[in-house]
Design a protein around this ligand. Sequence first.
Ligand SMILES: [Zn+2]
Length: 192
Amino acid sequence: MAQMYFYYSAMNAGKSTTLLQSSFNYQERGMNPAIFTAAIDDRYGVGKVSSRIGLDADAHLFNTDMNLFEAIKTLHEKEKLHCVLIDECQFLTKEQVYQLTEVVDKLDIPALCYGLRTDFLGELFEGSKYLLSWADKLVELKTICHCGRKANMVIRTDEHGVAIADGDQVAIGGNELYVSVCRLHYKEALGK
Ligand SMILES: [Zn+2]
């Protein structure tokens, strides 16, 4: 039986690197993985997953309107898929996470999802909420705070490095920076 995995972390824990390594492992064994990433994140150009250490691979793009079950079923009918890898899975809707459970349960294709657990306000993303609820396996990818503790929070800073305490959940490509910190330093940064 195929399973659904949620690999979650704060920023810069190597999620994309891990995804690309998994994809490579499938290809090395003559298998056919399909990679998806959010259309919202075009930092590296359309239809690519890139890691900070220089690896990249072509990817299908998803937006919030896409029926992932139908899209993956169509690809699978053209050429048998052995695995689906989803980057930036925090941006999935509830319906799309459900559609991925259908990919796993009805098409018997494993779904490996990589994304952030919480936003810069410490709130769950919609995709992450339902992946935490419905995935078969939860795997934390760890990164560390400047103090050496595990970083499980993300702060958004302005161009002067000052933590921002409100705003939209999604703001990619602006002057903001995201920094992973431990919970203690998250509270200090926000003056809590
Ligand atoms: Zn810290």
